[in-house]
Design a protein around this ligand. Structure first.
Ligand code: HEM
Length: 181
């Protein structure tokens, strides 16, 4: 994904479809990147291993192999665990290396006998937090595969074409073999 395709994909553009460069630079491009550059992480891998024990994965790949629902649930499932380096653990990803970066939005959760419970509210209500996560995973799905909607629509037409084509091919075959005994 490049900065310009991202801007066009999520419509950070003016009425004429031109990319709003200022908005992109102020909010998303922090290191003098060009709009045509690929969006890459700025975290050095060696440092990441020192800080988190492992390198943060490419989320566009994660959303593809785990699915949006899993990532949504994962971001709902952090809970307090003082035995872990960042003080949090995750119900669907035991002993996760990632700090819970959305804690100020969701608040703090504890694992109780009946499940996860918010013990300290965050800036968002549970409903608002859920809506934010829905947007977040929808965005990641888009970033992972911007042409998905187009591909799915086109797929239907391709199958329809093959279906119709098969009928004609079959009729043609009958015609050819008619006189061959
Ligand atoms: C909203 C922002 C973020 C989202 C949506 C997110 C999401 C995820 C997801 C879904 C995984 C699981 C990947 C897998 O299946 O292997 C993961 C792992 C990880 N994330 Fe994040 N992450 C975010 C921010 C961050 C930040 C800011 C850091 C570091 C400062 C970070 C560090 C890590 C690390 C180190 C792992 C690997 C954990 C392990 O394998 O134990 N993440 N993240």
């Amino acid at each position: 994904m490049r900065y310009d395709s991202l801007a066009k994909g999520i419509a950070i553009t003016d009425e004429r479809g031109e990319i709003l460069k200022d908005v992109m630079q102020k909010n998303m491009m922090f290191q003098n990147e060009q709009l045509s550059d690929s969006i890459l992480t700025s975290m050095p891998q060696d440092d990441a291993v020192k800080w988190f024990g492992t390198v943060p994965p490419d989320l566009t790949l994660v959303i593809r192999y785990r699915g949006a629902d899993w990532v949504y649930t994962y971001l709902q499932s952090f809970y307090k665990d003082p035995s872990r380096p960042f003080g949090v653990n995750n119900l669907v990803f035991p002993d996760v290396g990632m700090p819970f970066v959305l804690a100020d939005l969701q608040g703090e959760q504890e694992l109780t006998e009946t499940g996860l419970k918010i013990v300290k509210p965050g800036k968002l209500s549970p409903e608002q937090y859920a809506a934010t996560l829905t947007d977040l995973v929808a965005f990641l799905s888009f970033a992972a595969e911007p042409t998905k909607v187009e591909r799915k629509n086109l797929g239907g037409f391709v199958l329809m074409f093959l279906g119709v084509f098969a009928v004609f091919t079959y009729l043609l075959r009958r015609e050819y073999w008619k006189d061959i005994k």
